[in-house]
Write a protein that binds this ligand. Structure first.
Ligand SMILES: *[C@@H]1O[C@H](CO)[C@@H](O)[C@H](O)[C@H]1NC(C)=O
Ligand SMILES: *[C@@H]1O[C@H](CO)[C@@H](O)[C@H](O)[C@H]1NC(C)=O
Ligand SMILES: *[C@@H]1O[C@H](CO)[C@@H](O)[C@H](O)[C@H]1NC(C)=O
Ligand SMILES: *[C@@H]1O[C@H](CO)[C@@H](O)[C@H](O)[C@H]1NC(C)=O
Ligand SMILES: *[C@@H]1O[C@H](CO)[C@@H](O)[C@H](O)[C@H]1NC(C)=O
Length: 944
């Protein structure tokens, strides 16, 4: 009887393939035969009936799951099974079968909650107790459960329990299966486990075992263990096992732990009977090789996100029963080993995100059982034709994304498979629209972005799309009208919504109506015209799910329709760069979930509606490049979550309100350029300690530059906040007049101040010289006087410095030559005098115009040399400069390293000096094929 759990291996796998879904079916245990569990009309024992009523009384049952718990026949109540003859309760199964959505907020439909009545202990014959997938909102696991001596099966997983695991559970001497996973439980000592001598299945996933690292020693006392799930337990496996006892282990999950040295625990090799091994999310490697040499029984192997290499793959050769192999996000290099062809039973082969190159070996195409074939994000090459796929009849999911592959099949190709999921982004599928898609009747997910497809979308494709959940054809050259999406027909789940990405094509015509059953719609960067559609009468409910709407960069005209305000779950709305006019509808303020609102670069007019102040979750607001007039609504001070505010290039006329600094304490990016803001710059701005970009240029601001700028700590410290700026955000003109698109990667790294073209007077305060992280400082076109502070040399990160067109006087501080990153300097049209400092970076800035209009300046790169100005006591070295060619060159060489390179171009200069930028920038370039993942911030794995 010992190993009856494994009586048939396939059912075992079925049961545990989704190890987090507790077992639904009958679980046969020891002496009590299966028949004893019949739901029947045996009379139930009165005292037990009482216990159940007390249990019911303690439970919160908002969805009335216990409706049947009335009358006296408790054996026929929902979830209860009694002994056929004695009538005593053997089984209590109150597992919630409605799937849980823990998508940010923990949603629990159909959940039981409340308390577990202590009277439960009087169900003395209880063998099976399942309370999983409910929400007991942080109560402790009751210690009295340890008194249920006959319990064989206890499942409390996913049920919102909290606190320490009571050791009393160690008294459950007959227990065979114990699942406490996915609760906020922890334990300092797993010693109590050692007493569970009959235990065959132990699931402790997502429990905090940080303080119980030797727990494995206790688990090692359990010789009958066949299932062990320690996923996400914070294990270091420090106390290594000298001898493994649990050699009958068939299922082992050690995913997402923190193993020391990223080494595979050595005792793993001895578990030669494993059928199912999961080590995902560990960064593990196997430097000694041959990890799997002895594991010949493996059927399911999940090594997702580790650092295994091709030798690991080779050590699997003897595992001829392997059906599931996930080596995605590992360190596989070179070509796909042809050994893969030796797993004839393989159904799932997942090799994405490695460094594989070369062509796909021919024997791989002979794996006739393949259902899920994923080699996305490698560097594979070759042209795939109909012949390659000829034997893959079972294929359901194919991922070739992000390789140097091309698909070359005839327009009459009828593939042998019916795919549900196609991921062919960033490979060559075109130029013609793939006709074979017409044969795919089960399609749910289609990614063919950047696939070199051009021409019109054929009309038959409309039918293929009827039940599609994710469609991404962005970044092709598709023409014609945007597709229409009707209500989904064949979906079972009421949560089903689709995501449509058609951006960056050549679509024309108008958008007649919003697609139905949709949560994400991106039609940006096309040539769409006409009005933004109204919602169709009677169909508002099916568009309610819309959360993200991108219609930016088209040619939409007319006003913003009030209907948009009915999309009450909208959190991302981008209508920028269109031809929209009129006023912003007041009702936009009703969209309480809105976090990102971009209406930039249209012709919107009127005042900024004060209702926008209701958008309490807003983190990004772009209203720049419109015709807004009047004052800022004071209600905007309620936008406490605002991180980015761009109101530039409008006709706003107001003072700089003090509340910006007092209330919008999360602001990182503030741009008011080119409006009519007047009066002084409020000192309260200095309270914005997270501010990275301040652009108030081209207004009518007057008075002094505040002395307190050194309180803006984001510009002082090198720390970058965690940025929650979603999607690509564009900030114009913050880089010294150039237009610069900041993508998600680099935007958070910019630190810049621009106050140019105002009426500011007085000196440049020393406080500004403490902003050592500043990359851009533009104070040009004001009336600033006094000297350039000597401490300008502190601003070591400065790349752009523009102080032109002021009335600054005195000498240029020598420390200016310490600014190794400087690649754009303008000091023209001031009253500066004396010699231009030489050395280092300044040698690369050879354009004399950056100093022109200062009659008192002399020396290179100006044509006049300094000898006529020379004061014989002080300027000896400069005189030498004229006479000694050698020193001339030596300063040139001294500067050439950083200086010359930095002078090459703005971008390159930045990249060479700021490692973090460089990383971010090139990461973007490198992962151009990954853009969709960035945009949706959705890890690939979710698509499995
Ligand atoms: C339950 O009761 C019905 C009639 O009351 C009877 O026909 C049936 O056989 C009983 N079932 C069992 C399992 O005793
Ligand atoms: C459970 O048993 C204890 C002691 O046997 C008894 O005092 C208590 O009343 C019982 N509870 C129920 C609900 O029967
Ligand atoms: C896990 O427990 C340790 C101490 O036992 C504690 O320091 C740590 O914060 C806990 N981790 C989590 C994620 O709760
Ligand atoms: C193996 O299990 C036996 C019986 O449970 C126990 O006595 C022994 O100490 C265990 N060995 C190790 C190394 O833990
Ligand atoms: C693994 O097995 C080998 C040979 O059977 C044995 O010598 C060794 O002690 C075992 N290691 C562990 C940790 O059990």
């Amino acid at each position: 009887m010992k190993h009856h759990l494994l009586c048939t291996f396939s059912s075992f796998l079925l049961l545990f393939l989704f190890s987090y879904i507790p077992i639904t079916s009958q679980f046969p245990f020891g002496s009590s035969s299966k028949q004893a569990y019949d739901h029947s009309n045996v009379t139930c024992i009165e005292s037990e009936w009482r216990v159940l009523l007390q249990l019911k009384h303690g439970l919160k049952d908002e969805s009335n799951r216990l409706l049947s718990w009335i009358g006296e026949g408790c054996c026929s109540w929902e979830g209860i099974s009694c002994h056929k003859i004695t009538g005593s309760v053997l089984k209590l199964d109150l597992r919630n079968t409605v799937p849980l959505y823990s998508d940010g907020d923990y949603q629990c439909t159909n959940c039981l909650g409340g308390q577990l009545s202590p009277s439960l202990v009087n169900l003395t014959n209880l063998r099976y107790l399942d309370m999983s997938s409910n929400n007991f909102s942080g109560i402790q696991v009751p210690a009295f459960l340890g008194l249920l001596k006959n319990l064989r099966y206890l499942n409390l997983s996913h049920a919102g329990f909290d606190g320490e695991i009571p050791h009393h559970l160690g008294n459950l001497s007959h227990i065979r299966y114990l699942d406490l996973g996915w609760n906020s439980l922890s334990t300092k000592d797993l010693g109590w486990v050692a007493g569970l001598s009959s235990l065959e299945g132990l699931v402790l996933s997502k429990l905090n075992l940080t303080a119980a690292q030797d727990g494995l020693q206790s688990i090692n006392m359990l010789p009958s263990l066949t299932i062990l799930d320690l996923y996400g337990c914070n294990l270091f496996i420090h106390p290594h096992l000298s001898h493994v006892n649990f050699t009958s282990l068939a299922f082992l999950n050690l995913g997402k732990n923190n193993f020391h040295n990223y080494m595979v625990p050595p005792w793993l090799r001895n578990l030669t009977g494993l059928h199912d091994l999961r080590l995902g999310y560990n960064n593990l490697s196997d430097p000694t090789h041959g990890l799997f040499d002895q594991m010949t029984s493996l059927v399911h192997l999940d090594l997702f996100l580790n650092r295994f290499d091709a030798s690991t793959l080779k050590s699997l050769c003897n595992a001829s029963s392997l059906t599931y192999l996930d080596l995605s996000y590992n360190n596989l290099q070179g070509s796909i080993p042809h050994e893969i062809g030796q797993f004839p039973k393989l159904t799932n082969l997942l090799l994405s995100s490695n460094k594989l190159n070369g062509t796909i070996p021919t024997n791989l195409w002979q794996l006739t059982k393949l259902q899920d074939f994923d080699v996305g994000d490698n560097s594979l090459t070759g042209v795939l034709s109909e012949d390659h796929f000829a034997k893959l009849r079972e294929l359901k999911s194919l991922d070739l994304t992000g390789n140097f592959l091309a698909l070359n099949v005839s327009s009459s190709w009828v593939p042998p498979f019916q795919l549900r999921r196609i991921q062919m982004g960033c490979i060559i599928v075109g130029p013609r629209f793939p006709a074979w898609l017409r044969t795919q009747n089960e399609l749910e997910v289609l990614y063919m972005w950047n696939a070199s497809i051009s021409g019109a979308i054929p009309s038959w494709f409309q039918v293929v799309c009827d039940d599609i959940m994710i469609l991404d054809l962005s970044s092709n050259k598709l023409t014609g009208n945007p597709l229409e999406f009707k209500q989904l027909k064949h979906t079972s789940s009421r949560y089903a919504v689709r995501e449509i990405f058609l951006s960056s094509n050549n679509l024309t015509g108008s958008l007649k109506s919003f697609p139905l059953d949709i949560s994400y719609l991106d039609l940006s960067q096309n040539f769409l015209t006409g009005h933004i559609p109204q919602l169709e009468v009677g169909q508002t409910s099916v568009v309610y799910a819309l959360g993200s709407l991108f219609l930016n960069d088209n040619r939409f005209t007319g006003t913003i329709p009030e209907d948009l305000c009915k999309l009450k779950y909208l959190y991302f709305l981008d209508l920028s760069n269109n031809l929209l006019s009129g006023r912003v509808p007041l009702c936009l303020g009703n969209l309480r979930d809105l976090q990102f609102l971009n209406l930039a670069n249209n012709s919107l007019s009127g005042q900024i509606p004060s209702s926008l102040g209701n958008l309490r979750r807003l983190s990004t607001l772009h209203l720049n490049g419109n015709k807004f007039v009047g004052k800022l609504p004071t209600s905007m001070q309620h936008l406490k979550n605002l991180q980015m505010l761009d109101l530039g290039d409008n006709g706003l006329k107001d003072i700089m309100p003090a509340w910006i600094g007092e209330s919008l304490s999360n602001l990182r990016f503030l741009r008011f350029q080119s409006n009519n803001f007047h009066g002084p710059i409020a000192d309260t701005l200095c309270q914005l300690s997270l501010l990275q970009v301040l652009n108030l240029a081209h207004n009518n601001l007057s008075g002094f530059i505040p002395h307190c700028f050194n309180n803006i700590t984001a510009m002082v410290s090198g720390l970058y906040g965690d940025y929650a700026i979603e999607a690509q955000a564009s900030l114009q003109d913050i880089k010294g007049g150039r237009e610069f698109e900041y993508l998600q990667g680099s935007l958070p790294l910019v630190k810049s101040i621009s106050l140019s073209a105002n009426n500011l007077v007085g000196e440049i305060p020393d406080g500004v010289m403490e902003l050592v992280q500043l990359q851009v400082l533009n104070l040009s076109q004001n009336h600033l006087t006094e000297r350039i502070p000597d401490k300008i040399g502190n601003l070591k990160q400065l790349e752009t410095l523009d102080l032109s067109m002021n009335a600054l006087f005195g000498a240029i501080p020598e420390s200016l030559s310490d600014l190794y990153s400087l690649n754009s300097l303008n000091l023209s049209h001031n009253k500066l005098s004396g010699p231009i400092p030489s050395g280092n970076q300044l040698q690369t800035l050879t354009d004399p115009s950056i100093y022109e209009g200062n009659s008192g300046l002399c020396g290179k790169p100006l044509p006049n040399n300094c000898s006529e100005h020379k004061s014989p006591t002080k300027n000896g070295p400069i005189d030498d400069d004229e006479g000694h060619g050698e020193s001339d060159w030596s300063w040139f060489y001294a500067g050439i390293g950083p200086g010359f390179a930095a002078g090459l171009s703005g971008v390159l200069g930045i990249l060479l000096f700021k490692k973090s930028w460089r990383y971010a920038y090139f990461k973007f370039i490198e992962s151009a094929c990954d853009k969709i993942w960035v945009k949706t911030t959705r890890p690939r794995r979710n698509f499995r």
